[in-house]
Design a binder for this molecule. Structure first.
Ligand code: XMP
Length: 326
């Protein structure tokens, strides 16, 4: 019988048999897969697991707290948080090319994770333990895809934690390898992973870094984070979360247009709403959101977010457009 409880019981046994009394490390991203994988390993081996969360400063409003506070409270995992916001801003300074930005974020992410992993390994070594295993939230579709993905055109370089250097050799623990996304969510709920994480819509690894069209700066991140929070808030309030696959909110940071607010002329930036409906993100259709919801989002963003004087709707399917703008 497939039940979340049975999957958890089987995986707890399998994880214990695999790792014995060795130490285990896991990189958390704030996403569904790494969170559920970590919760499962925590249930199996408790404090033998150390989770590492690299705060790259590119997450949305409230997401860092969801990991640092809510996830830890719900699961009891031992968590090391690295504030790497400055590292990423410095590395991204002056860059506007989408692929360059993606590569920089991926590279810095791996470096930051490596540094942290090395420290965890050293600390464990001093107390007589050895870190031998790395948890990965690999799902069944990932297993299938990486088997036959050779001919696929490389449209965007995706980033996930992988490719660790030679002096950090881990065996992989992949407790979600046989599961589909819906099953992972069911297992997460059974394990008590917070609903905001379990039910989360897809969000790219490079985060808001690829939703600012132009150079990424602290100020622009603040603008986009505020606009995105309003859009998400109103979509949730309107009960539309289950109708859309995701709704990227994009800041056209290098574009300005003229507006009028109060008695004055403004010269601000446009925000793009990109609501899409999809089965698997390979193709997508733009979602026909109700006009009154769009109206509320537009009014709130232009009233509440400084430097934004225009909200536009992306009405393009995939193909020809991709879901994300970069
Ligand atoms: P595109 O923009 O290629 O996006 O139509 C398809 C889906 O993938 C997500 N996405 C990413 N996910 N790392 C991820 O984990 C990435 O680098 C990345 N880039 C895009 C995107 O949000 C959409 O769901």
């Amino acid at each position: 019988d497939w039940t979340p409880g049975n999957v958890i019981a089987d995986q707890v046994d399998a994880i214990r048999a695999q790792v014995g009394d060795a130490r285990v490390i896991c990189g958390l991203s704030g996403g569904v897969d790494s969170s559920v994988a970590a919760a499962l390993v925590q249930k199996a081996v408790g404090d033998q697991l150390t989770c590492v969360f690299v705060d790259h400063g590119l997450l949305r409003q409230g997401e860092v707290e969801q990991v640092e506070r809510d996830f830890v409270a719900a699961t009891g995992v031992r968590l090391v948080v690295l504030d790497e916001k400055e590292r990423f801003l410095t590395a991204l300074a002056g860059h506007t090319d989408p692929e360059t930005k993606r590569k920089i974020i991926g590279r810095e992410f791996i470096r930051a994770f490596e540094d942290a992993a090395r420290r965890v390994v050293e600390d464990a070594g001093e107390s007589g333990g050895e870190v031998k295993y790395l948890v990965q939230g690999t799902l069944y579709p990932d297993v299938v895809e990486s088997g036959g993905g050779e001919g696929a055109a490389n449209i965007k370089s995706h980033h996930n934690v992988g490719g660790l250097p030679d002096d950090l050799q881990f065996d992989l623990v992949e407790p979600l390898r046989t599961l589909f996304k819906d099953e992972v969510r069911a297992v997460g709920r059974e394990l008590g992973v917070p609903e905001v994480i379990v039910a989360r819509q897809p969000f790219p690894g490079p985060g808001l870094g690829i939703r600012i069209i132009g150079e990424v700066t602290a100020e622009r991140l603040e603008i986009l984070r505020a606009a995105d929070a309003i859009a998400r808030d109103e979509l949730t309030r309107a009960g539309l979360d289950d109708d859309i696959w995701q709704c990227p909110v994009v800041l056209l940071a290098d574009v300005r247009s003229v507006g009028v607010q109060g008695d004055g002329r403004t010269y601000g930036h446009p925000i793009v709403l990109r609501p899409v409906s999809s089965e698997d993100a390979m193709t997508a259709d733009w979602t026909r959101l109700p006009y009154d919801v769009l109206q509320v989002i537009s009014t709130r963003i232009t009233n509440e977010v400084r430097d934004v004087n225009r909200v536009v709707l992306d009405v393009t399917s995939k193909p020809p457009a991709t879901i994300e703008w970069e």
